[in-house]
Design a protein around this ligand. Structure first.
Ligand code: 5GP
Ligand code: ZN
Length: 142
């Protein structure tokens, strides 16, 4: 399904132009207009899914292999030494376009640090409590 008001539906299906680096029947991969680094790309499914929780399994299974393919090409063609795969779900997580997408961000030697966080501290009791709450939820879904 497409969403007629969704900019990424329009880009993924070729109604709005974008710098396309790859296309197949399920996806279009474009360059991000506000790149975090040179070559920053976005994997867009052609169907509309709000985020990862809405993505169908058949499409989801293709995203990581495609990310690997794009990342390998970036290393060869752009000379980056690595890449991050980032995928935001929900406003609190930084999602600004509510059509599932995965960022492929090339990382260059001596480039700026990004996609990082300050490691916190967790007491063993807290980890036990969190894991039991999550486990219970996951088991209730089966
Ligand atoms: P999010 O914050 O939702 O994970 O990422 C949205 C990304 O889409 C941002 O990095 C932003 O720069 C990019 N973006 C937003 N609108 C457009 C657009 O119209 N064209 C392209 N190529 N990228 C866009
Ligand atoms: Zn969409």
């Amino acid at each position: 399904m497409k969403d007629k008001d969704c900019i990424f539906c329009k880009i993924a299906n070729g109604e709005i132009p974008a710098s396309t680096v790859y296309e197949d029947e399920d996806f279009r991969v474009i360059l991000d207009l506000g790149p975090a680094s040179r070559g920053h790309a976005l994997i867009l499914p052609k169907e509309h899914y709000q985020d990862l929780c809405h993505l169908d399994e058949r499409t989801a299974a293709k995203v990581l292999p495609l990310a690997g393919k794009i990342g390998s090409a970036m290393k060869k063609a752009l000379g980056c030494s690595g890449f991050n795969v980032v995928q935001n779900n929900g406003e609190a997580a930084g999602q600004t376009v509510f059509h599932f997408h995965a960022h492929i961000i090339p990382r260059y030697e001596n480039g700026p640090s990004m996609v990082t966080w300050e490691p916190g501290k967790a007491e063993p009791e807290e980890l036990t409590e969190i894991s039991s709450v999550l486990k219970r939820e996951l088991e209730s879904e089966n």
